[in-house]
Design a protein around this ligand. Structure first.
Ligand code: NAI
Length: 253
């Protein structure tokens, strides 16, 4: 299964949801994995579970939108696990509201985590990838990049991620580094549970309503995304770069 030569991977927003599933999967694939999230303690249960199963993982507390914090976090990963060869920019937040009710703060905080965060992380790790002449960057976009009511900020950020990804692919390709984006549809996590709570329906109702509109007839789970990440970071995916893969149970959610 493993063709990773014990390489080091970094997953942001890995304390829970999609990021935690990606971290677990990359360990299964043979990577040593650094789990970055706002709070180191929040990552610890995932790191402990990985350790008990014989994998190598490290929890690092960092706000990925903080420039100095990102540099320090990446240095810690290099010291404790090794030079990063894989980066999964997964950390994200929502601050949904209709345009007329959206505050400038809602706009900026979403841009800060998704765009500034992915930029700072990618810039900090690219030097290790280009030195090794091998790297894989996977950025989390969303079907919302195509437009979604109540998400002007998030849709703009997730569309921005796609342009960012394609540019990284162009700039870094000659160093053996690929960059791709995954655009998930409805995935069952605390993020979608919070959306259900905000609009006042139960999570079960919310999922059933979403599933009825998804061609494969179900909502997604974090492992669906982890599986796609596993492919994109594999040795064999070296000729796939600058792509956006919609993982949404159909052409779009
Ligand atoms: P989640 O809300 O369950 O987890 C996000 C994690 O990111 C949390 O652990 C949070 O603490 C962390 N985080 C937030 N801001 C951070 C910061 N500044 N620095 C470090 N860590 C930070 O979210 P979920 O659902 O697992 O989503 C993961 C990614 O997938 C996000 O980028 C999200 O936008 C994207 N996505 C999710 C979909 C879904 O249906 N759940 C659909 C499409 C995209």
């Amino acid at each position: 299964m493993s063709n990773t030569n014990g390489r080091t991977a970094i997953v942001t927003g890995a304390a829970r949801g999609i990021g935690a599933a990606v971290a677990r999967r990359l360990v299964e694939d043979g990577f040593s994995v650094a789990l970055l999230d706002l709070d180191e303690a929040a990552c610890q249960p995932v790191v402990d579970a990985i350790g008990s199963a014989g994998g190598r993982a490290l929890a690092v507390g960092v706000d990925i939108s903080d420039e100095a914090g990102v540099e320090a976090a990446v240095t810690q990963v290099v010291t404790e696990l090794g030079d990063p060869a894989v980066l999964v920019n997964n950390a994200g937040i929502t601050r949904d509201n209709l345009l007329f009710k959206m505050s400038a703060d809602d706009w900026e905080s979403v841009m800060k985590v998704h765009l500034r965060g992915a930029f700072l992380m990618s810039r900090a790790v690219q030097r290790y990838m280009t030195e090794q002449r091998w790297g894989r960057i996977v950025n989390l976009s969303s079907t919302s990049a195509l437009g979604n009511r109540g998400q002007a900020n998030y849709a703009a950020a997730k569309a921005g991620i796609q342009g960012f990804t394609k540019t990284l692919a162009i700039e870094l390709g000659k160093f053996g580094v690929t960059a791709n984006a995954i655009a998930p549809g409805f995935i069952e996590t605390e993020m979608t549970a919070a959306t259900a709570a905000r609009i006042g329906v139960s999570f079960e109702e919310f999922k059933a309503h979403a599933a009825a509109q998804i061609p494969v007839g179900r909502t997604g789970n974090p492992e669906d995304i982890a599986h796609t990440v596993s492919f994109l970071v594999s040795e064999g995916a070296g000729f796939v770069s600058g792509q956006v893969i919609y993982v949404a149970g159909g052409p779009r959610a």
